[in-house]
Design a protein around this ligand. Structure first.
Ligand code: NAP
Length: 284
């Protein structure tokens, strides 16, 4: 029997705590506020931003979307981030990807002040995280840890393999897993025998962005699998990086796509805004 590691209930309980936090902040005269800087015409991204605004407002967080032209240059994006970063009424700053050609997220994100970097986009936040200093981690990486914790899956001393080494998911997640005393292996597209590495792990986190990359051959019997992937194929609805059906009765537990990491990510993002608005230290 394979357990499904649902994220929706956890997301609901985090959002309820966020709403309580936002109410308390408002009562003391502070309206928690997030700015989202967007520089794309891509409809799927704009729809995602609209859903994020709705999620923020439903928990009492104000959201201010700054829309830039889709052919903006690095200077335009930096200026927008500097403006919202310097606005004392704004507590959290998000830079939405994709960005225009020629704009590198890691470069322009240096404009986001550490105390407002609620999605851990500024490279200095990853540096602080790696050095054990308080910093906001990217919400997706933190969401993976929260999902594992919620379902009582121990990490200390266990072998965890992360598939993917992006600065948004794989690398910060590896840091958080090390902080949790896991023994961490990170794989990527040049890893020669991916299945051999993932099969040896107690916990596998898939964050490659490749539909159904991991099947039964990749997972050891009784292991736990967290699927971060969100892939859109011509054939149908969104699918993860893991072929969950193939793991049924083989893995101990698998997180679903959709409904696993995704909703927890949004909830963690909102939680970070309320933490920033309260002047609290990011989790360290
Ligand atoms: P990314 O920047 O494209 O990075 C993908 C990583 O996977 C890279 O390190 C790449 O290796 C590795 N990779 C690609 N193909 C591989 C293969 N065949 N074998 C082993 N490794 C492989 O993607 P990302 O931004 O990290 O996102 C990863 C996935 O998570 C995407 O599906 C994305 O949509 C999803 N995501 C979900 C959430 C959520 O909240 N649920 C949030 C963010 C992202 P190289 O470095 O060698 O190229």
């Amino acid at each position: 029997m394979t357990t499904v590691l649902q994220g929706r209930d956890l997301a609901t309980s985090i959002r309820s705590r966020v709403a309580d936090g936002a109410t308390a902040l408002r009562a003391s005269g502070t309206t928690p506020k997030v700015a989202i800087v967007v520089a794309t015409d891509e409809e799927s991204t704009l729809a995602y931003v609209r859903s994020l605004v709705g999620a923020a407002e439903s928990t009492g967080i104000e959201a201010n979307v700054v829309v830039l032209a889709s052919d903006s240059g690095p200077g335009d994006v930096r200026a927008a981030l500097r403006a919202v970063g310097g606005d004392p009424s704004i507590h959290g700053v998000l830079l939405q990807t994709p960005l225009p050609v020629g704009v590198r997220a890691s470069e322009v994100s240096l404009e986001i002040p550490a105390t407002k970097d609620v999605d851990g986009a500024n490279p200095l936040s990853l540096g602080r995280l790696s050095s054990g200093l308080p910093a906001f981690a990217p919400a997706t990486a933190r969401a993976v840890i929260e999902l594992l914790r919620e379902h009582g899956i121990a990490l200390a001393g266990r072998a965890v393999t992360v598939v993917g080494r992006s600065t948004v998911v794989g690398k910060p997640l590896a840091q958080l897993l090390l902080e949790a005393d896991a023994t961490v292996t990170v794989c990527h597209s040049k890893t020669p025998d991916l299945a051999a590495v993932t099969r040896a792990a107690d916990v596998v986190v898939a964050a490659a962005g490749r539909a159904h990359l991991l099947g039964r051959d990749h997972i050891g019997k009784g292991s736990v699998v967290i699927d971060v992937g969100t892939n859109f194929t011509a054939e149908g609805p969104m699918v993860g990086d893991v072929d969950a059906e193939a793991l049924d009765g083989h893995a101990a537990a698998v997180s679903p796509v959709p409904g696993g990491v995704g909703p927890v990510t949004t909830a963690v993002l909102l939680q970070n805004v309320v933490t920033a608005a309260g002047g609290g230290s990011p989790p360290g």
